[in-house]
Design a protein around this ligand. Sequence first.
Ligand code: ASP
Length: 330
Amino acid sequence: MRIADHEIITMRRRSFIKAGTLLTSGISLPVLAKKKDTKSTGRPTVISTWDHGLMANEVSWSVLQAQGTSLDAVEQGVRVVESDPLVRTVGIGSYPDREGIVTLDACIMDYHSNCGSVAFLQDIENPISVARKVMEETPHVMLVGNGAKLFAMSQGFKETNLLSELSKKEWESWKLAAKYQPIINIENHDTISSIALDSMGNLAGACTTSGAAYKMHGRVGDSPIIGAGLFLDNEVGAAAATGLGEAVIRTAGSAMVVEAMRNGKSPQQACEEIVKRIMKIHPDTKDLQVGFIAIDIQGNYGAFSLKRGFSFAVCDDQKGHRLVPADYLN
Ligand code: ASP
């Protein structure tokens, strides 16, 4: 079942302008699918987490409308969010860890179950594109830390200072007040996860984040972990997560959402089932927020979170762009 009742149509002028700029700048032109695949649902759809999902979806949607692949759509979409210094939880301008260093995690997956991932990556603005290069240019799935950075630079990515003046200032005052204790609560992390179905009936997903603000140096969450932050099976559907990564990893969250769909649950029911499972193993949910988005191979979608406040952006042919508040458990 599609969520339809409480959808809020929200079009953002700022993100329109950014998307337009990106597409005409020459760096992110959609790559057209080279071969036709057998399945054809004719229902392109893209879903992304949080309100910055709107900005991603505008770019993703223009790729999908040009008969581009879901892989290009999700990569190009989340890149815009990574490159926006005003988004404080993804890419440049993000909150740093408790040492004042911005470290980024990302992963990407295509309909052949190819995947690539980077974790604990520093000084590179677009980790999602590095993750794609890992997928396409190496025999590996995951590169981390300095190895990931050196690989990125060998692929032509530029070294960039990711710590904005604002983030530096806030981190300095955080250090005084928080006594250096890493905290993860429902306010200080908002990954962009994006999943899409293209006109060839193929799924892809991307997930990119700076993780939790003021985390321990070296901490990696669920977002770059295939099966936790993102998973898809092109015969079934795709799912992606946001929220406390540790809780998502413990349940192999996104993989379990896809498995629930394989077992007959709708995307909405599948997200609900795994959120409930997470709640069951976490007796104290005071500071815990976890949310999932999911889409099946027919283009039906759903989302659900543990707590109020999670929203997702969606775009399809029928209704265009909108931001939807997700249903939640408590
Ligand atoms: N899942 C991310 C992490 O734990 C954060 C988030 O999605 O809000 O690193």
